[in-house]
Design a protein around this ligand. Structure first.
Ligand SMILES: Cc1cc2nc3c(=O)[nH]c(=O)nc-3n(C[C@H](O)[C@H](O)[C@H](O)COP(=O)(O)OP(=O)(O)OC[C@H]3O[C@@H](n4cnc5c(N)ncnc54)[C@H](O)[C@@H]3O)c2cc1C
Ligand code: FES
Length: 290
């Protein structure tokens, strides 16, 4: 079972003023694919390095001095503390400012925010992770949490798809999992123009043909662009998944991150507070959710 201190408290580490960012140094920048990089951060305050706790699925508000702030999922697992890994795609103003930064530059961090995956509930069950494209960013935290605490889970299956091999995030790390006996790691690409890809070729849902999923004892964590939800949710429902065992990570534009400004509301829920992880049951019961 999980120990009490395994689970994030949901109280931001920055308790006095929730809007006050803490300074963190960029200690590593790694290019993943075109326009997507992993930034590794370490708090300047050593006390925070030791005390920061998060749950897989939570996010931080990352600020760039003089530019602005944005929500970014924590891609590293809480089982590997001391640094935070953020997988960021360059799309606009703040992400571009982050891309201009170099190793040793300092950014602001507040959080962690959001509910994260219900790890205590998932423990003891099978776990299916299904991601497309950038959806691997939040799921990677869950993946390594489950692998680092392998005895807390039964069968683990990862299904991940990208357009081409060169678009696959964390590719080397994930390809290395394919031969591991304690996870069924299924990787696919829509197309392999270079002919060098040694895993599956085909759309993400075709990976179900290579997996043995027992819907009655599995939690499914799904993340990706809308098309991923459309087809994966249908497959999960056809397999008989209970709606409260399908976990979706939903993004909305955010400002405060702490349930105050209303920017991220969907119906009567705030994505930053009640999400970003929602069950499929939540989703179909909230107007405008999907
Ligand atoms: C909970 C949460 C977790 C996130 N995790 C990640 C992550 O791990 N990695 C990552 O790369 N991005 C993540 N995002 C998205 C990220 O916050 C946005 O890409 C970022 O705020 C864009 O800022 P910008 O100033 O560069 O872009 P802007 O200049 O503000 O916008 C550029 C384009 O991106 C679109 N956009 C901006 N924000 C969002 C959003 N939240 N959802 C959809 N479209 C948006 C705009 O409509 C516009 O078309 C997450 C968002 C949320 C809400
Ligand atoms: S971002 Fe302000 S309420 Fe969610």
């Amino acid at each position: 079972m999980l120990l009490a201190d395994d689970v994030a408290t949901h109280h931001p580490v920055l308790s006095d003023n929730p809007y006050q960012p803490h300074l963190a140094r960029i200690v590593r920048i790694e290019k993943m694919v075109e326009n997507t990089q992993v930034f590794t951060l370490r708090f300047l305050d050593e006390h925070l390095v030791r005390s920061f706790r998060h749950q897989p699925g939570q996010f931080i508000m990352l600020s760039i001095p003089g530019t602005g702030e944005m929500p970014i999922s924590i891609s590293s697992s809480p089982t590997r503390p001391e640094v935070l890994e953020l997988c960021v795609r360059r799309v606009g103003r703040v992400t571009s400012a982050l891309y201009r930064m170099r190793t040793n530059d300092v950014v602001g961090v507040r959080g962690p925010y959001g509910n994260g995956y219900p790890m205590q509930e998932i423990a003891g069950n099978d776990l299916l992770l299904a991601a497309g494209g950038l959806g691997m960013a939040p799921l990677r935290s869950l993946l390594w949490y489950a692998l680092d605490r392998r005895n807390q889970f039964n069968n683990i299956t990862l299904m991940y798809g990208s357009k081409r091999p060169e678009d696959m995030l964390f590719r080397d790390e994930l390809v290395a999992l394919v031969d591991r006996a304690d996870i069924n790691c299924l990787l696919t690409v829509d197309a392999d123009p270079s002919g060098t890809w040694k895993n599956h070729v085909g759309l993400l849902p075709t990976l179900f043909d290579h997996a043995r999923i027992d819907a009655a004892r599995t939690y499914a964590a799904v993340c990706g662009p809308p098309v991923v939800y459309k087809f994966i949710l249908q497959r999960l429902l056809n397999l008989g998944f209970p709606k409260n065992r399908i976990l979706m990570s939903l993004e909305r534009r955010m400002k405060c991150g702490v349930g105050k400004c209303g920017h991220c509301s969907i119906g009567y829920k705030y994505t930053c507070l009640h999400g970003p992880i929602f069950t499929y049951w939540d989703a179909i019961n909230l107007p405008e959710m999907i």
